[in-house]
Ligand binder design. Sequence first.
Ligand SMILES: Cc1cc2nc3c(=O)[nH]c(=O)nc-3n(C[C@H](O)[C@H](O)[C@H](O)COP(=O)(O)OP(=O)(O)OC[C@H]3O[C@@H](n4cnc5c(N)ncnc54)[C@H](O)[C@@H]3O)c2cc1C
Length: 383
Amino acid sequence: MDFAFTPAHERFRAELQEFCRKEVTADLFNEMKEAGEEHHPGFYRKLAERGWIGLQWPREYGGRALDNLHTTIFFEEMEYAFAPVGRYRGSVVFVGQSILAFGNEEQKRYFLPRIARGELTCCWLLSEPNAGSDAAALQLRAGEEGDDYILNGQKIFTSGAHASDYGMVAARTDPGAPTKYAGISLFLVPMNSPGLTIRPLWTIGGWRVNQEFFDSVRVPRTAMLGEKNTGWQNITRYTLNFERAAIAKTGTLLRLSDELTEYLKTARYAAGDRMRHQLAALRAEIIACRWLGYKVAWLYDQGLTPTNESSMIKALTVDLLYRLADLGSDILGYAGLLRGPEAPLEGHVEFLLRSIWFHLVGGGTPDIQRNIIAQRGLGLPRE
Ligand SMILES: Cc1cc2nc3c(=O)[nH]c(=O)nc-3n(C[C@H](O)[C@H](O)[C@H](O)COP(=O)(O)OP(=O)(O)OC[C@H]3O[C@@H](n4cnc5c(N)ncnc54)[C@H](O)[C@@H]3O)c2cc1C
């Protein structure tokens, strides 16, 4: 067991920090916050120019052939800086990674280099109005017609659908399958397809998600990702694991706990033991969580699938974000609820208090993560 980073990891982290100091300005943060967007095309282009999109992909597909720890370090530093990386996650972690694992050669050669160059962005359309936590209950139908499939139905809560060129759509291709898990296939669908309507939904944090209506959307047979009717067992479970680890906000936790610590050092009142102890206890949990994230990256590099650990890290980071934002508003008092130029800590506490609900649900609620840990990790029977 080796707990040290390599010189290459250290260099990469330093490079990211320097980049973020220069590029993630207060204006960029405010622009993204006001627009409710986790994506900024100009910033995304700069990530592509640096060769940071698709770090872990093979070189032949436009990647850098680096280990997964590089990707974990990337997210940690981007989150620490409050950089907009929502479409990065959608394009690289959700869709690109699934194409790499399950796509045919033609799909890999078409999509991956374009994603890596920042020319093509993607989103993931799994949830439906009656299939959220129970996503396998999805009803969007893909029926065969000659060499094409025709998609009819609805998706909901899609992050970044309006800022994506392609969507990875989960659809039912065999409604007569013996279980809800069988008979699902995935399709790579242009988001400007005729018959596909995207409408915004605004969340409590000000962030935009979307609902999509598929009215006889036609895609060729070649748009199918992986094998017909095996999309749930093979691809969706794999993608969900990747998603859960990648949306863990360890960098945000580190940043806010650093900021609150500095604030307490200079606060005009002496922080009582309660606040100091709460901050210290949270810091210990945040560091433990950070190491769990590194372990997940390492497990992927060993060719293993960390289902249990991915759910642990998702459940843990959400809980920590909630408690840290709560402690932040306690430490700052009413000032913690301010936004704009007068807000202390650049308004980060107010921002987190509003956006915590966004992080809570995406990738599956804490209840669902705990179900997975109970079943897969502890071997307990379903309730
Ligand atoms: C900001 C945001 C971004 C999102 N982005 C995407 C995206 O890009 N793509 C996508 O496909 N989806 C996305 N989603 C959808 C998200 O994955 C679902 O909202 C989530 O899985 C919960 O589904 P639901 O909202 O239908 O809640 P429900 O499934 O109706 O759950 C309601 C409540 O019941 C609890 N519950 C449900 N089932 C169980 C159970 N078996 N055991 C214990 N408790 C249970 C839940 O924990 C929750 O508290 C996003 C959601 C949000 C809010």
